[in-house]
Design a protein around this ligand. Structure first.
Ligand SMILES: Cc1ncc(COP(=O)(O)O)c(C=O)c1O
Length: 389
């Protein structure tokens, strides 16, 4: 392992949104001007059109725009029938909102450990937990982590056997598919995030729920608007989680490009795979462990590489080294959910979910976005090779 004391001229950002913006600037400005000219800023025609287009993309009959992916998760759970006192089975290796939304719905998250090869929830662990767990279970919330769908064949079979609703956390998976079926159409409801770093992103916070159940959609529409189907007549206490017309119009400019952007992500992921192999960093089938372990892509998954994540030893030193080489990286996620301080009351401890705990120590997300250049990827891989030389 090399110590680093040299600075580099090449800078490879983790994400550079300005490149996408530059290509579509005129369209964005025209679309935003259209909203400003209409003076209709909340819900309205732009949101309805966005909902129709996004539902089509997700293979669902309905989409409900809302304020964030976090809210979409909560809307999905409540609209799919999760009630106070229920438990919802989910992964411990995700963004905080996956678990906090369950608690916000009044339910209790139960964590099932992850598959170390994909880092998605392990259906075997879900099934083991169900055979020994409490009877008050209502749903499974798989997360399509990094843009790859969780094993939906196995999870759907388990959900059917145990009569559980499936609510997808598809926050990182706009345009991903499982067995050619889009994320967003694989359960009772699904939640998407359009946070600016997401592969389909707004110019601020935004989210959506998809479903093919008209009742779930109707309930979610009411919940996002203070639990009122009719203005000032409140059936229940919902939230203010309406989607802005400006965010909807930005998303509508982007939707037609999503397929080509996701393809570009896939080709950059495959370029990384090849560069790592050529540098001798990922020796497939080698006896000795290689410095870099790639995650597995399941054959049923059309992975869109919202993130390109590797597993490495000395992760934090490598991260510092790459920073000095001008390479941005991220750790998704440094603390598994069951060990978050605010969830200590759930009673989990260190060692309870060892695969998630190990992943938190060794995952590293590398720069990936559709406009990333080949020379930038080379610099990333050469810098990692230098660190391990
Ligand atoms: C897996 C996952 N779930 C939920 C969310 C929450 O989405 P948002 O940031 O739009 O509230 C995110 C985004 O950060 C996410 O990555």
């Amino acid at each position: 392992m090399k110590a680093s004391n040299t600075k580099t001229a090449i800078q490879v950002p983790m994400l550079d949104l300005s490149r996408q913006y530059a290509g579509l600037r005129e369209q964005f400005l025209a679309a935003v001007a259209r909203v400003c000219d209409s003076q209709k800023y909340i819900l309205g025609e732009e949101v309805t059109s966005f909902e129709r287009e996004f539902a089509t993309l997700c293979g669902s009959t309905e989409a409900v725009g809302c304020a964030s992916g976090t809210d979409a998760l909560w809307l999905g759970l409540v609209a799919a029938g999760v009630k106070p006192g229920d438990t919802v089975i989910t992964t411990p290796f995700s963004f905080f909102a996956t678990a906090s939304s369950i608690i916000r719905a009044g339910a209790r998250p139960v964590f099932a450990d992850i598959d170390p090869e994909t880092l998605n929830i392990d259906p075997v662990k879900v099934e083991q937990g169900l055979r020994s767990g409490s009877p008050h279970r209502h749903a499974i919330m798989p997360v399509h982590l990094y843009g790859q769908c969780a094993d939906m064949d196995a999870l759907t079979r388990i959900a059917t056997e145990f009569k559980l609703a499936v609510v997808e956390d598809a926050a990182q998976a706009s345009g991903a598919t499982w067995n050619r079926r889009p994320a967003g159409s694989l359960g009772a409801a699904a939640a998407f995030s359009f946070y600016p770093t997401k592969n389909l992103s707004a110019f601020g916070d935004a989210g959506a729920l998809t479903t093919s159940d008209a009742k779930v959609a109707e309930h979610a529409r009411s919940l996002r608007n203070h639990g009122a189907k009719q203005r000032y007549y409140h059936d229940e206490i919902g939230a203010n989680s309406r989607l802005d017309s400006i965010q909807a119009t930005v998303l509508r400019v982007k939707i037609p490009h999503l397929g080509e952007w996701n393809d570009a992500r896939r080709s950059r992921a495959s370029a990384y795979d090849k560069m790592f192999a050529a540098a001798g960093l990922t020796k497939v089938g080698a006896e000795a462990p290689s410095p870099v372990t790639r995650l597995k892509t399941l054959p049923q998954a059309h992975h869109l590489y919202h993130q390109y994540v590797i597993r490495v030893q000395k992760r934090d030193q490598l991260r510092d080294f790459l920073k000095e080489r001008g390479v941005g990286t991220e750790v998704y996620y440094p603390v598994p959910l069951h060990l978050q301080k605010c969830f200590s009351y759930l009673g989990y401890g260190q060692g309870d979910l060892p695969e998630a705990e190990q992943a938190a120590l060794d995952v590293l997300a590398l720069p990936i976005f559709p406009e990333l250049e080949e020379f930038e990827q080379r610099h990333v891989v050469e810098s990692i090779a230098e660190f391990f030389s």
